[in-house]
Design a protein around this ligand. Structure first.
Ligand SMILES: Nc1ncnc2c1ncn2[C@@H]1O[C@H](COP(=O)(O)OP(=O)(O)O)[C@@H](O)[C@H]1O
Ligand SMILES: [Mg+2]
Length: 276
């Protein structure tokens, strides 16, 4: 038996978050413990008000816990100051938002390239990486489209590409399909599955939807700020995502999509792009 827990990228120990409003105390997190392994796709599921967003904010260091520990990639998040947290997030984390949070007067490439600005990369390199990422999420034909010229599902793919472009170890997503219809939500779930499988990136997704949680490798169920169940899902083969984004008559893309079923090593895309 392997007692070494070094493959845990996230460890949460005895975590509490208590909000005080006037004389009332809300125990948003009421003693939470769990571990997440590198490359796992984890769903945190629970009804509205159960503490999911609070938990995600603690993991990302966006809020300070009242008590307890959050250890990510060996570092204690709860002890870091604001500057340390900013550095930690830039180094390790990508975010996917329910409302996409795209800049409306920028096209898809500019939106996806944005996180690289803060890393001091040259414009040419930024946009090359952004184009590569957009192709991988099936948006090769939408590179110069602005958010207003895309469907909700396409906008969320741009949001996912933006989270992935810095090649983060961990991706946090809070209700990423909350604004999408059920078919589009399925496509986004397949995309998330394929990201964790092909790129070995860790995904922590918050959802109130049991069906969507079923796409994850591990389901952490919370109620009233407590973990009430942790379930491991057998990995099923991801279903092919329909590729209606690429018209038939167009030449084949050089970059392998993450949405494609056949696994390809990520280096192929890497090599092609650097040669381009
Ligand atoms: N900033 C805050 N101040 C006071 N109470 C809060 C705050 N954020 C969340 N809460 C409360 O904490 C509980 C958990 O909220 P939240 O984590 O947003 O739940 P979920 O994301 O599962 O819907 C709720 O009772 C909510 O009202
Ligand atoms: Mg929430």
């Amino acid at each position: 038996m392997n007692l070494d827990n070094s493959d845990n990228i996230i460890e949460v120990k005895n975590l509490y978050k208590i909000y005080t409003i006037g004389e009332n105390k809300v125990r948003a997190l009421n003693g939470v413990d769990f571990c997440i392994k590198r490359g796992e796709f984890v769903a945190v599921v629970g009804q509205s008000g159960s503490g999911k967003s609070t938990l995600l904010n603690m993991l990302a260091g966006l809020e300070k816990p009242t008590k307890g520990q959050v250890i990510i990639a060996g570092e204690h998040i709860e002890n870091k100051n604001e500057a340390g947290l900013v550095m930690f997030r830039q180094k390790h984390v990508g975010f996917i938002f329910q409302s996409y949070n795209l800049l409306q007067n920028m096209d898809a490439v500019e939106n996806v390239a944005m996180p690289l600005v803060f890393r001091g990369e040259d414009k040419e390199i930024r946009e090359m990486k952004a184009r590569r990422m957009l192709k991988q999420v099936g948006l090769a034909k939408y590179l110069d489209h602005r958010p207003g010229q895309m469907s909700g599902g396409q906008q969320q793919r741009v949001g996912i590409a933006r989270a992935l472009v810095v090649n983060p170890e961990i991706i946090f997503a809070d209700e990423p399909t909350g604004n999408l219809d059920s078919n589009t939500s399925l496509e986004v779930m397949h995309l998330m599955q394929n990201i964790s499988r092909k790129k070995n990136q860790t995904i922590v997704m918050v959802t109130h939807d049991d069906y969507l949680a079923g796409f994850a490798d591990k389901i952490i169920r919370i109620l009233d700020g407590k973990v009430i169940d942790i379930k491991i899902n057998e990995r099923k083969d991801p279903v092919e995502t329909p590729k209606e984004e690429t018209p038939k008559e167009e030449p084949k893309e050089e970059t392998e999509e993450i949405t494609a079923e056949k696994t390809d090593n990520a280096e192929t895309a890497e090599q092609e792009s650097t040669q381009a």
